[in-house]
Ligand binder design. Structure first.
Ligand code: ZN
Length: 154
């Protein structure tokens, strides 16, 4: 199977059957995000434990397949990670989507990186980049206790 087809398949799978599409019980951080250009909405719920580890993360929302797949893959990958690792993964992902060839963090294993690289296909479509990055910016807002709605146009 070609890499492009594999990427497509993973996105379709996550878009159709999003993981962690629910509301975390007893979450202690959350944030909402909106992408007006496409109409994507996401609400991220995060539960950090006393060691600043992501005990649980989930999301609710609606939008296009890319935005849902991105939130699904993101929540899957950051669960169980420490807060500072999550921040590093987020920055690495955003750099990759914007300009870098690949991912550079040492936190994710190769399988996990492959899942993230699926989203690299949107790089050539600036409108779709916002769909792919919405949940990531919103996760950053949640971690930083930023209460306003995260808007991809601001
Ligand atoms: Zn979208």
């Amino acid at each position: 199977m070609k890499l492009k087809e594999l990427y497509q398949e993973i996105i379709l799978d996550h878009g159709k059957n999003p993981r962690n599409l629910r509301k975390t019980d007893n979450y202690n951080k959350d944030a909402k995000g909106h992408n007006p250009l496409c109409g994507d909405n996401v609400h991220i719920y995060l539960k950090l434990n006393e060691n600043k580890k992501v005990e649980d993360i989930s999301f609710e929302g609606s939008g296009c397949a890319i935005s849902m797949a991105s939130a699904s893959i993101m929540t899957d990958l950051v669960k169980g990670k420490e807060e500072k690792e999550v921040k590093e993964i987020v920055l690495d992902f955003l750099d990759m989507i914007k300009e870098k060839e690949g991912l550079e963090n040492k936190i994710l294993n190769d399988d996990e990186k492959t899942k993230l690289m699926c989203l690299s296909g949107v790089k050539q479509y600036p409108m779709r980049v916002k769909c792919a990055t919405l949940s990531w910016h919103t996760l950053t807002s949640a971690i930083n206790d930023f209460q306003n709605i995260t808007n991809t146009e601001n």
